[in-house]
Write a protein that binds this ligand. Structure first.
Ligand code: GZL
Length: 327
């Protein structure tokens, strides 16, 4: 370290400690939530382009109403930049707490930090932020959601036991940079490679969307006519892939095994029909646990860093019987 930079470092360290001692600059602690009867709560949603997102939003609106809270709801229309702006507008409106489903792991960090700086607690729902950039219990209260790595692993473990000789995989990834896409890929790929005997021919994002999933599946099936397994990170892309499989003159469930995650009614119905082989649930009904966690935090409880959702599993053995309970 040069003499100049050493002196600069010493000066800034001294200045910072003086400021901290003055109480003027708190090294922002995790904001608390005062106990009140009525709250103004923000919910920053990523988009409303699929049944999963709509089910999550409905659950949050229903439970905000049940609690008698004012809900400030925003829809980022599939734009992380807009979601950051949405959070900043909630901060400007002086909400008491923000529920945030960060569309992608990194771009939403500034929003999380801005809320913390403004003294507004954030609870992450459904999707997470990059853990190297923001921490539960320090920068936000907690993450409420599923174990996406485990979801991918469960699909791979089912496939390893039930492939019956099929082995050539096309993978349809979720939204690039989102925690479910990153972790469902990691969980599945690591487990299927460990099982041995399978090849992932291609892996490409369909952005969790039905038509994009169909288009990508169409292109990859043409490029890889020997593919006999499709692993989709969500139901929408799995259903899109079934259209592509049928357009290619093949039979889903016979020529090609289709695997999915989410467990919505349509996919579980297709599982009961045999077109989808297995679905790991990722339940979107966050309302009850979101507002229960908020109430615990308002009472002064220390919340665990991850409030983990438990996911069901559907295949031919239970899809018909459990269809009524699917979201
Ligand atoms: C998962 C959630 C994902 C769903 C998709 O928690 O973020 O986003 O799996 C949805 O269907 O688009």
């Amino acid at each position: 370290m040069t003499e100049f930079s050493r002196r600069t470092f010493m000066m800034s360290a001294a200045a910072l400690s003086a400021l901290a001692a003055s109480g003027k600059v708190a090294f922002a602690e995790l904001p608390k939530l005062a106990k009140k009867d009525k709250y103004k709560v923000g919910f920053a949603q990523t988009e409303s382009n699929n049944p999963w997102r709509i089910a999550q939003t409905n659950s949050m609106k229903e439970h905000a109403e049940k609690n008698g809270y004012q809900l400030v709801y925003t829809d980022a229309a599939s734009s992380a930049a807009k979601q950051v702006a949405d959070v900043n507008s909630m901060i400007a409106q002086g909400v008491d707490l923000i529920f945030l489903a960060p569309r992608e792991e990194k771009p939403l960090i500034p929003a999380v930090m801005a809320a913390k700086k403004a003294g507004i607690p954030v609870i992450l729902l459904d999707r997470n932020v990059d853990p190297s950039l923001a921490k539960p219990g320090e920068d936000y209260v907690t993450f409420i959601g599923s174990d996406f790595i485990q979801e991918g692993q469960r699909v791979a473990e089912w496939l390893a036991k039930n492939a019956n000789g099929k082995s050539k995989i096309i993978e349809l990834e979720g939204t690039t940079g989102s925690s479910p896409a990153n972790d469902r890929k990691k969980g599945f790929d690591d487990a299927i490679n460990k099982a041995g005997g399978f090849t992932i021919l291609a892996s490409q994002t369909g952005d969790f969307a039905r038509d994009k999933g169909r288009q990508v599946a169409e292109a990859l099936l043409q490029a890889h006519p020997d593919a006999d397994i499709v692993y989709a990170h969500n139901d929408e892309m799995a259903i899109g892939a079934i259209s592509a499989i049928e357009a290619a003159g093949k039979v889903a469930g016979k020529d090609i095994i289709v695997l999915s995650i989410d467990g919505g009614k349509e996919a579980v119905g297709l599982c009961a029909e045999g077109k989808i082989a297995a679905v790991v649930e990722c339940n979107p009904r966050f309302g009850p646990k979101a507002f229960e966690t908020m109430a615990r935090y308002a009472k002064g409880e220390t919340i665990e860093p991850w409030v983990k959702n438990v996911d069901k599993f559907y295949d031919a053995t239970n899809a018909k019987a459990e269809l009524a309970d699917a979201y």
